[in-house]
Design a protein around this ligand. Structure first.
Ligand SMILES: *Cc1c(COP(=O)(O)O)cnc(C)c1O
Length: 499
């Protein structure tokens, strides 16, 4: 059985918990993140079976490897419900995460055919089901109160996943000026009787720190306990978010083999537009499980803290926070990098580095660790102008319309290929529908500007011949239910209001 442990637990007899407990708890009491004690390997035989499966069955198979305390049948049922055609637009491709060829070298994994038109749905449609199962398995009587800090996309995806789920409440905090109008509208119009949405004055890091502070406060945990609930997380600090994200990298590799683009055993490169380092870390786990990956390209926007880190070994968040057209990547503290540091350097080092990040806003990793990290990871970034140029060029050259985040990925992949000449087939995570970020995408294409987002999407649709995803149209005309704005200091009170 695979147990989970905290990245900051330095005891030789460290605390081990089951996956159900890890998904329930989210963050460890010591502030660390849960990681599996070991990574299961995909055997040749298992790989041969995966090749023949559809996405849902691949998801059930891979999740069962990590969630060994769960009943396999329950996981399979959860995957069937989560990835059904009710939730995802299969768009004639036969699955929720189609692989689309961009150029001779680059293939895109489109991860945005779910209910909120961004990749967070891939995990957040199944995670509530895994949490519900965990509550049952652990005999939990208390209500789980999920707290989410969002840079825009996680919030809505979590609201859609958790709304009206029994035994669970959810509060989403977003930085008041740090999300797009569309993202804000999506969240403010959410339906459901167990949901709350609050705007916070500050940027995403302030909001994420606020949530982390609630999680690590013993006093608030006790107060919650006295009120019959406990705090849970839906951010990618939660293992339940990461595990489902491993699936699509393995699945996409299988699809490439099945389509004859690569031969089984061939290496691929993987490029991921990155913010919190969750999505790319999931890809790295796929490699630890045996997926043949040559190199990971960490694609950043002008909040290029990770690019600098990979080139210097110094992680320094003490810099200006930039608001960009790819807001879901406007992050200076990439939480999941901690899981990589732990994997390469162990818990004592991780603890030390995280302490330094908290106190000084920066840390430097030992040279040996940096060398090892660079054997797997390359970092590139795109300025705002380059990103807009890339959206236009990609559309003109390949007829592919990408959103602002995906364009950061495409541009960084191109920089990498140009700089290295490495023509290894590249899988690139396409993380959002271009219509979700229609104003910036339209501007990149030179279309007429408008403050009317619906009109903007319609024009974009007419110009490109692409269909607007239904969930994005349907938010207009819905009632705005949530209008509260608070200061970051007020965040700890929110879960205790109206209970
Ligand atoms: C969240 C998000 C990202 C960044 O993913 P991380 O797991 O935080 O690295 C990239 N693109 C889009 C559209 C997102 O919503």
């Amino acid at each position: 059985m695979i147990y989970y442990r905290s990245t900051r637990d330095t005891a030789s007899e460290y605390r081990r918990i089951t996956s159900a407990e890890a998904i329930k708890k989210g963050l460890a009491d010591d502030g660390g993140l849960y990681v599996p004690e070991r990574y299961p390997r995909i055997s040749d035989k298992a790989f041969a079976s995966l090749l023949k499966m559809n996405y849902t069955d691949r998801a059930a198979y891979i999740l069962s490897m990590f969630l060994e305390d769960y009943d396999k049948k329950s996981i399979a049922a959860a995957a069937r419900e989560a990835y059904s055609e009710n939730n995802f637009d299969y768009a004639g491709s036969g699955g929720p995460a189609p692989v689309v060829s961009l150029s001779d070298t680059v293939s895109l994994i489109e991860l945005w055919h779910g209910p909120t038109s961004a990749f967070k749905d891939m995990a957040l449609q199944i995670m509530p089901r895994l949490l519900s199962l965990a509550l049952g398995m652990t005999g939990e009587k208390r209500t789980a109160h999920i707290l989410v800090a969002t840079s825009g996309d996680t919030g809505k995806a979590a609201l859609e996943g958790y709304r009206d789920v029994n035994g669970i409440r959810i509060t989403v905090f977003y930085p008041v000026d740090g999300v797009s109008r569309m993202q804000k509208l999506q969240m403010q119009t959410t339906e459901g009787s167990n949901v709350n949405v609050i705007a916070v004055r500050g940027n995403f890091d302030d909001t994420q720190n606020g949530v982390k502070a609630i999680f690590s406060s013993r006093e608030l945990a006790e107060k919650a306990e006295n009120n019959g609930f406990f705090f849970g997380s839906a951010n990618s600090i939660n293992w339940g978010r990461l595990a489902p994200q491993i699936v699509y990298y393995i699945s996409a590799y299988c699809d490439l083999v099945n389509s004859g683009k690569i031969t089984r055993g061939d290496k691929v490169n993987i490029c991921v537009p990155t913010g919190n380092f969750g999505n790319i870390f999931a890809a790295y786990i796929a490699k630890l499980m045996g997926l043949p990956v040559n190199r990971f390209i960490v694609a950043s926007n002008s909040n290029n803290v990770l690019t600098d880190f990979i080139s210097t070994g110094i992680y320094d968040r003490t810099r200006e926070f930039r608001k960009t057209i790819s807001p879901s990547m406007d992050i200076l503290i990439s939480s999941n990098l901690e899981r990589l540091l732990f994997t390469l350097g162990g818990s004592s080092l991780t603890r030390e580095l995280m302490e330094s990040l908290k106190l000084e806003g920066k840390y430097r990793v030992p040279d040996l660790l940096l060398k090892e990290l660079r054997e797997d990871f390359s970092g590139y970034y795109m300025t705002e102008a380059e990103t807009m140029e890339c959206i236009k060029d990609t559309f003109c050259k390949y007829g592919y319309l990408s959103d602002t985040h995906t364009a950061v990925g495409i541009g960084c992949a191109e920089k990498y290929i140009q700089e290295t000449g490495d023509r290894t087939p590249m899988l690139l995570a396409s993380t959002a529908s271009p219509f979700k970020f229609a104003p910036a995408v339209s501007e990149s294409l030179g279309l007429e500007k408008t403050e009317d987002d619906l009109l903007c999407m319609k024009r974009l649709s007419e110009f490109t011949g692409m269909k607007i995803p239904v969930p994005l149209c349907s938010v207009f005309g819905k009632e705005i239910r949530f209008k509260n704005t608070i200061k970051a200091e007020e965040m700890p009170e929110i879960p205790f209001r109206n209970i």
